[in-house]
Design a protein around this ligand. Sequence first.
Ligand code: GLA
Length: 372
Amino acid sequence: MKQIITAGIAALSLAACSSGSEDTEPDTTKGLAVQEWGMVDGKQVHLYTLTNAKGNTVTITNYGGIVTSWMAPDKAGNKANIVVGFDSLAPYLQKHPYFGALIGRYANRIGDARFILDGVTYQLAANNGKNHLHGGNKGYDKVVWEVKPVVDSVPALTLTYHSPDGEEGYPGNLHIEVIYTFTDEDELLIEYSASTDKATPVNLTNHAYFNLSGDMGTTILGHTLQVKADAYTPVDTTLITTGERRSVEGSPFDFRTPHTIGERIADVPGGYDHNFVLAREGAELEKVAVLSDSVSGRKLEVYTTEPGMQFYSGNFLDGTIRVNGGNLLQKHGALCMETQHFPDSPNKPDFPSVVLKPGEKYHTITKYKATL
Ligand code: GLA
């Protein structure tokens, strides 16, 4: 039996639940609904539906902290899902390219799958050729997170995970908390916090794939992107940053004014899969990118406190994975804007530090806002 917990505007509280009903559909009033979604590692996995005052929804599972859907209206008011996902848990347990997942302990790549910290060499899993990608063989995208629903005026979910010392080769017990909030302005706010008992590199992100058309059978090549970045970090043939910060001037990486993604992608071998050095004003949450689809009229604004953003144009998607909506997701069928510190920072002393030390608090915020 599916358990449904609902909460209204006045009392958004899991205590105020109507559990035990035979309902299988989430409540459509503003709030938070939960349903059982299966078992992983002997732990119960749930699917949470966050509904805002406009009746728009985001669904999130505590398996991998994955955002599985986001219903957003187009210019005619028609709602469609703008993130790639699956309708059930089973396909998430198969190999997939991190659809919608929380990524850690280190998002993106670490060259030669190793780093030296305080004189000690740490060997990590080489799960991307000779390099380490997205936390290793079993990153935070593949673990069951603990959940604390948040009692507030907007639907929110707190996910926590304790990453033990030595997990995937990383030093230190890392305690991570991620708060997802879905506001009445159609903003998905993701707040990441962490603390450790040994110095360790930390770089957390979310790997949502967006296609604003809502039709996952199309490509994002006609989408327009603007990124507030004067430079990007070039990579070698294995996608490891060289350490350089190169000006975007006169290159296909210049998105300081809006360009369609398809316009210059042929000039980027393999397609876009690069970290942009964000031209930040300060340390607060700032708008750094805008994605738009002129056909549906949908836009997505990206705000972050992070110094970088990986723009990945879905180059490795190959038409073999059937996603929500029933389509096979083709090459460039969706794109990612992963806010982050720069790839391979543990081996690049000139990049902003990613080392978290005992007594320090890791804290970053990223916000995606669906608008028209
Ligand atoms: C990240 C990487 C890409 C690719 C995807 C997952 O975005 O930068 O190279 O590995 O994850 O397929």
